[in-house]
Every structure is written in structure tokens, then in C-alpha cells.
Design a protein around this ligand. Structure first.
Ligand code: ADP
Ligand code: ZN
Length: 529
């Protein structure tokens, strides 16, 4: 392993300061950049916002020739190139969206040695014309951005990425750097293998965000809970509130404004002018809250976001991590707060059921949701659970909600049996399927119109669950769903049994559940100093 020369270190630091205007490198940036600048191959795993771009941009500027960046994000290329040009970096892109004139301009600039960085869509590299172009110019390095797209089992597979394994055979002397924010061990290995990066040095950044306090609370009246959070802990501070639907975004922003809190909405349904205005106000002003769908945030870099709140359950842990990761970029204490309830699970399952794509695709979406549910229902440290998800380890953080107020776990086997046998009897004896509300009403022995109408008061399970309150029963349903012991689907979110339910009903399988702390003592949430 050659030690990078001090000349290389000096050169990259000079470019960091002169071109990008930053004082110092972050995390492993310096090691990665000097390694690649000296001609080494690298595989970089770094969370979103970690600063991956500089890892190839600076070596491209330091090495002779043009840095060729392969990226699937065609829609972002123009922005990336504009941003670089504003810094005085000579950048261009080649993709299918441009006309032949601007394509020729970029090609000429490349051949004349008048480019520092060239962004390419992966399918371009399949074209002989592109290969010949690269052969006639000088390539400083290949950067393969979003490298997880090469993984056939990942969520973002692009067939064109498979062709990138040939870069090394064709240009053996050109260093390659592959970058991704998806860090499961399996993806990591697959990337190295498929991109032929056997000799590359691996740089795996930690996904730990110690200054973020993760909290996931039962959803009761979410907007009021949010208002309470803002007033008691984040008054006058900058924050992002994520909601699933445009309607909830509008309603929530209005609710905050009505309560004297500066908030603006942001979603794809607003006209472009309003979106731009709201986004730039958020970036410029202190203490403004943006209420948004997940359309908001890509490329947003505001260091002092003090809290990120989710009023609806994110679809995946990756999404949750990325969105909460927008809090506390400045390293100061920040809050990631999520309100989550049974209706979230039901509506998400329904969305998946109605989504386009084949069974395999829906299965994948369900697995992503399962992982998110497991994070919500865990009795372990949230931060450790997040790290584990990304294939990393850590110690209980002492700062998240489960660390501060450890939820008790209780033996919920009997409750599970009662609930599942209600679903079982409705199915077997009546050939009926009902949602959680009706099932819980039956267990509680309620005399509702719907109970009478369907003669559910004659079921043997009727009124057999009065030891738990309604809220607790909804918690039981939620946790059974999260553990795969119950299924929900259809237009009305009807409950049905799974293979796992049979084990509980007939094979004595034990079910442990999480008991929500009655009331989380707010005073105990102290910020780390
Ligand atoms: P990623 O691609 O990993 O999501 P980016 O490369 O977009 O992250 O970087 C995220 C933000 O951090 C950008 O605004 C970038 O300018 C900033 N940044 C990166 N490195 C540094 C640094 N060494 N010092 C200050 N800011 C940095
Ligand atoms: Zn913790």
C-alpha cells in the first residue's frame, strides 16, 4: 500500500480550499481523495449527505485528463454541471435528453482537453461512439455513482450498470471509484464483484448520527402532538415535517400557521413558483418549518435543521434514514420524531397492493415496510437497530426514546391467540373478513349496530378480551402485523391469517410484545452536551 505523497495531500487540500471554498475534509474524504488521486481504485460507502461528490471531483481536478462520472440520475445532471460551472470547474454531460448540437459541443470540449468533469448516463457507455470518444481523449478516472444499481437484488437495479465491469479491461490504467449510500453487507460484496473491483480499497463510513435523537411515538392526534413537540422543544427553530399526502401537507402547514408557527407547504402539486419560493425561504430564513411530501429534500443542504418530524410512516428504513439525516448536519443536537399507528400499516399495505409492478416487486416493497415496522416496534436502542440495518454495529446510545424510557416487553401470547382466533372464527365459521375495528369491538363485547347486524355477539370470542383497552388491542394488531403473524389487505383493510398465525394458534408459539410507556416523561429528554 503506497503512502500518498505529501505532494498529493497538498494538492488536494489546495483544490478543496481554492475551488470549493471549504476549510477541511470531512470524515474519510481526505484518505479517499488522495488514494484515488494517486491512481488507486476505491469502493466508497457513505450515507447521503456525507460528501461523496468531492471524493471524485477533487481527484479529477488534480489528475491530468477528464474525470468521467457515470450516473443514472439524468434529471440531476444539468444541476450538477451548473453548480460546478459556478465554481469555475469545466463540466459537461452526455445523455439522451440533449440535442445533437450541445452533444457535439461537449464532445469537442472533451477532445480538446477543455473539460475537467464529464457526466455520462450509463447507457451511453454501451455505444461504440462513446467508447471511441473516450479512446481519443484522456480519462483521469471513472467514478461510478449510485454503484448499488449494479445489484440485481437491490431496489434500484439498472441493467446498463452490468456493462461497467468492462471499464477495467478497456482502460486498465484509469483508476475507478464506485460510490453508494446503500451499505448492506450483501450489496457491498456484490458491487465489488460485479464491477470487477477486486483490488479496490474499501472505505466504509459510519452510518451513525450521534447528534440525532430518534423517537417513535404512538400516533394519537398527530398535528397536536407535533405542535406540542415544536412548542416545548423546538420553538423558533428550523424543521422539516414529512407527510404522505399532499392534502395532509396543506392541512398541517395551515394548522401550524393558525397556531402562530411559521410554516410553508411543499409538494409536487404546487406550481413551480410557489415551490421555488418556499424552498428558498426555507434555505434563507431562520426558524421556518417546511411541511412536505418526500418530494422535498433532494439536494437540500441546510446545516441547522433542528428537527425532522414524520406524521406518517416512511416506506422503508432507507427512506427514513435519508429523511431524518437532513437534521443536524451541523453536528448539533437534533430530533428525529415519528408518529406511527395502526392505520399507517393498513394504508401502506393497501398502497403496495394497489401498486403497479409484478408480484416480486410488491414482495420487495413489503419487505422494506417490514423492516421499517420492526424499527418502530423494537424494544432495543433505535440507533443500534438502524446501524444493524445498514450492516454496522454500535452500542446502546443512551439518547433515543427506547434507551431513555425502555419499553417493557410482555408476553402477549394469550392476547395474540384471542385476536387471531377471532379472525379465524370469522373466516371459518362465517366466511367473513373484517378490519381491525370490528375485530376489536367483538373482543371488547361492544353492542354496536354492526355487531348486532352480523350477529357477532353470538361468536364464542365475543367479550372475551375485556382485560385490555381498545388502544391496547390496536397495539396488539399493529405488532402482530409487524411480526408477520397477521396480514391486512383489500379495499377495507381486512385482517387475515398467515402461516405464522397458525403457529400461534395451534403450535403454542410464544409472542412477545412491546408495551408503550404510559407517558414518556418529557423532562427526561435531555440533549447531549
Ligand atoms: P452525498 O453525495 O454523499 O449525498 P454531497 O457530495 O452532495 O453528499 O455533499 C453533501 C453536502 O456537503 C454538499 O452540500 C457539500 O458541498 C457539502 N460538503 C461536502 N464535503 C464538505 C467539506 N469537506 N466541508 C464542507 N462541506 C462539505
Ligand atoms: Zn438508543
Amino acid at each position: 500500500e503506497p503512502v500518498p505523497s505529501s505532494a498529493t495531500r497538498d494538492a488536494v487540500t489546495e483544490v478543496l480550499r481554492r475551488v470549493f471554498g471549504y476549510d477541511s475534509f470531512r470524515g474519510e474524504q481526505e484518505d479517499i481523495i488522495t488514494h484515488v488521486a494517486d491512481g488507486g481504485d476505491a469502493l466508497v460507502l457513505m450515507p447521503t449527505g456525507g460528501g461523496k461528490s468531492l471524493c471524485y471531483q477533487i481527484p479529477a481536478l488534480v489528475r491530468p485528463g477528464v474525470g468521467v462520472v457515470v450516473s443514472p440520475l439524468i434529471a440531476l445532471m444539468q444541476d450538477q454541471v451548473d453548480a460546478l460551472r459556478n465554481l469555475g470547474v469545466r463540466a459537461g454531460f452526455l445523455n439522451s435528453t440533449q440535442d445533437s448540437n450541445s452533444r457535439r459541443e461537449v464532445e469537442t470540449a472533451f477532445l480538446d482537453g477543455e473539460l475537467d468533469l464529464l457526466y455520462l448516463a450509463p447507457e451511453r457507455l454501451r455505444l461504440d461512439s462513446t467508447v471511441h470518444l473516450l479512446d481519443r481523449g484522456k480519462v483521469a478516472l471513472f467514478a461510478i455513482d449510485e454503484a448499488h444499481c449494479v445489484s440485481q437484488w437491490g431496489h434500484d437495479f439498472r441493467p446498463d450498470y452490468l456493462g461497467l465491469s468492462e471499464l477495467h479491461e478497456r482502460w486498465p490504467d484509469v483508476p475507478r471509484i464506485a460510490l453508494t449510500a446503500t451499505a448492506t453487507k450483501a450489496t457491498h460484496t456484490e458491487i465489488a464483484q460485479r464491477l470487477n473491483l477486486g483490488g479496490a480499497k474499501h472505505f466504509v463510513a459510519s452510518f451513525d448520527r450521534p447528534n440525532i435523537q430518534y423517537r417513535i411515538v404512538p400516533k394519537a392526534s398527530p398535528t397536536k402532538q407535533l405542535l406540542d413537540l415544536i412548542r416545548t422543544e423546538h420553538a423558533g427553530e428550523t424543521g422539516i415535517v414529512y407527510c404522505l399526502s399532499r392534502a395532509t401537507v396543506e392541512k398541517t402547514a395551515q394548522f401550524l400557521c393558525d397556531n402562530g408557527i411559521a410554516a410553508v407547504p411543499y409538494h409536487a402539486g404546487l406550481d413551480a413558483r410557489t415551490r421555488t419560493t418556499n424552498q428558498s425561504r426555507f434555505l434563507r430564513e431562520d426558524g421556518l418549518i417546511v411541511v412536505a411530501t418526500i418530494a422535498f429534500g433532494m439536494g437540500i443542504d441546510k446545516p441547522d435543521v433542528r428537527f425532522v418530524a414524520h406524521l406518517d410512516l416512511p416506506k422503508s428504513v432507507e427512506g427514513y434514514y435519508q429523511e431524518t439525516g437532513r437534521a443536524g448536519r451541523d453536528g448539533q443536537p437534533s430530533t428525529a420524531w415519528l408518529a406511527y399507528g395502526l392505520t399507517d400499516v393498513i394504508s401502506q399495505r393497501k398502497l403496495i397492493e394497489n401498486s403497479e409492478g409484478d408480484t416480486a416487486h410488491r414482495r420487495k416493497l413489503n419487505l422494506h415496510l417490514d423492516a421499517m415496522l420492526a424499527l418502530c416496534e423494537t424494544v432495543e436502542c433505535r440507533r443500534v437497530q438502524l446501524l444493524n440495518y445498514f450492516g454496522q454495529t454500535g452500542e446502546a446510545c443512551g439518547n433515543c426514546d427506547t434507551c431513555i424510557t425502555p419499553p417493557e416487553s410482555w408476553d402477549g401470547t394469550v392476547a395474540a391467540q384471542k385476536l387471531l382466533s377471532t379472525v379465524y372464527r370469522l373466516d371459518k365459521e362465517r366466511n367473513q373478513h373484517f378490519g381491525a375495528g370490528q375485530v376489536v369491538d367483538i373482543l371488547l363485547g361492544k353492542q354496536t349496530e354492526k355487531v348486532t347486524q352480523h350477529r357477532h355477539d353470538q361468536l364464542s370470542v365475543y367479550g372475551k378480551g375485556t382485560e385490555l383497552k381498545e388502544g391496547a388491542w390496536r397495539g396488539v394488531v399493529r405488532q402482530l402485523l409487524a411480526q408477520g403473524l397477521l396480514d391486512v389487505g383489500g379495499e377495507y383493510g381486512t385482517l387475515s391469517l398467515t402461516g405464522g398465525s397458525d403457529e400461534v394458534l395451534f403450535k403454542g408459539r410464544k409472542v412477545m410484545m412491546r408495551r408503550e410507556p404510559e407517558k414518556v416523561a418529557r423532562a427526561s429528554y435531555s440533549r447531549p452536551s
